[in-house]
Design a protein around this ligand. Structure first.
Ligand code: LLP
Length: 437
């Protein structure tokens, strides 16, 4: 899906830009985001929903995957809405020009300020628990806005899926959403709040999922919940079936296409509505990884090497777990290429290590590569999702820059942090500045 090729210099080219030239201009580590790939994924979701779902629909970008001004602006310009999970994500989306009526605030522990910001800006709040509902009910009595506050109810659908246990959310023992057993009480409560407009129900089962069956099951569970809410006196017309479609990180990954995913989800919602003789609700989904994941790569410069005789060769790069915490957190696998010598024959098996003071700071174990020298440019593929958004300053490494490439143009969308940036929020109390030396 990435608009990449090998150019005449045998270098990797993305979005019409030679990666080695980008690295010369912007340094490493460098996140390189291909605008066409991101826009294509947005269009695939949008078009598939139009094709397979006769009712109204809206795709929300789950911006936790990577929330920054430029990415929010691109997805919004494709007509998508946005899912945010904090005041910071919400603020960024609004600053990027995302329409508030297409912005949904999630979170299992929202602060009062976050909820207030969402309401004042005209966003929808997804109530995750009783504290959310009580806060919303209270705020709705303070006439902050002159219309009922739009609210969705998130519940745990009780659907298991096969993905890493840290990124499963649909099983009943999850911290997210109301337990299904509480829903009657929730719907009754909200129907008695004239200041709250309950517009929909939401469920999300997990992330990096390759099976379609759990999403098929979710379609009927969510329509059951919708009909139950309306029997209890609500007038719900939206359902959100979350995100979760996996992407291809290595050659052995074979996820369903966006189109297949949309087809299954819509078929199951349509079928459930037919069985219940119910009108089709407005259908929302909120993919994150499958929108942004494949559209970005990370370029690193190779530095030192270490041979452990008979065991392995470590190749160290100038980033690591601070710019990509996924391998150390979830044992995630990635594919790597030698960007300055794309067709060199594969001769080595090496382990790509980061530069952090941590033995587990390994980006890729046993990568198959040509002979790698220091100064070479290694590019790790498919780093758009949950990389920058989970990046840290561990060991006081500066967060890398991100550039957006398109048709041979490259624009910085996030500046590289400087050393000054790193100490900007540090404070040295006066008494500590004397007597040094
Ligand atoms: N909606 C909700 C309510 C979510 O919690 C998530 C992801 C999404 C949508 C988007 O899911 P996606 O389409 O991206 O799979 N940091 C982990 C992933 C955490 C996912 C959290 N929620 C990772 O790096 O794999």
């Amino acid at each position: 899906p990435l608009t990449a090729k090998v150019n005449q210099q045998d270098h990797l080219e993305i979005g019409g830009c030679d990666v080695t030239a980008l690295v010369e201009q912007f340094g490493t580590p460098l996140y390189i985001v291909d605008e066409t790939t991101l826009r294509t994924a947005c269009q695939q979701y949008r078009d598939a929903l139009k094709r397979y779902y006769p009712g109204e629909s809206l795709v929300l970008y789950a911006s936790k995957a990577w929330n920054c001004l430029a990415i929010c602006a691109i997805v919004a310009s494709e007509g998508l809405g946005i899912d945010v999970v904090s005041g910071g994500e919400l603020y960024t989306a609004l600053q990027a020009g995302v329409p508030p009526e297409k912005t949904y605030l999630h979170g299992n522990n929202k602060s009062l300020e976050e909820i207030q910001l969402a309401i004042e800006s005209g966003c929808t709040v997804v109530a995750d628990n009783w504290l959310d509902l009580h806060t919303l009910a209270q705020l709705s009595q303070q006439s902050i806005v002159d219309h009922p506050i739009p609210v969705m109810i998130r519940f745990t659908p009780g659907i298991e899926c096969h993905t890493h246990e840290y990124i499963r959310t649909g099983h009943l023992d999850s911290k997210f959403g109301f337990d299904p057993g509480q829903l009657d009480e929730v719907f009754q409560f909200i129907s008695q709040q004239p200041g709250l407009a309950c517009i929909g129900v939401h469920a999300h089962i997990g992330s990096q999922i390759f099976e379609l069956q759990p999403h098929n099951d979710l379609g009927s569970v969510i329509i059951d919940t919708l009909t139950k809410a309306n029997q209890l006196g609500l007038n719900i017309s939206e359902v959100n079936i979350g995100g979760g479609l996996g992407i291809c990180y290595t050659e052995s990954d074979d996820p369903p296409s966006i189109e297949d995913w949309v087809k299954i989800v819509t078929e199951s919602v349509i079928k459930a509505c037919e069985q219940k003789q119910y009108p089709l609700p407005k259908l929302l989904c909120e993919p994150g990884r499958s929108l942004i994941g494949s559209s970005c790569v990370t370029a690193y410069t190779v530095g030192s090497q270490k041979q452990v005789p008979g065991i392995r060769t470590y190749i160290a790069v100038d980033g690591g777990m601070s710019d990509n915490p996924r391998p150390i957190t979830y044992q995630s696998l990635y594919r790597v290429v030698l960007a300055n010598q794309m067709s060199a024959p594969i001769t080595e098996q090496v382990t790509i290590a980061g530069k952090h003071c941590e033995s587990g700071d390994i980006l890729i174990k046993d990568a198959q590569l040509p002979k790698v020298e220091s100064g070479d440019i290694l590019v790790v593929m498919a780093t758009g999702a949950y990389n920058y958004s989970m990046a840290s300053n561990y060991n006081r490494l500066s967060k890398p820059a991100a550039v957006l490439v398109n048709n041979g143009d490259a624009n910085v969308i996030i500046e590289r942090e400087s050393y000054q940036d790193l100490i900007r929020k540090d404070r040295l109390p006066e008494r500590l500045t004397v007597n040094i030396n």
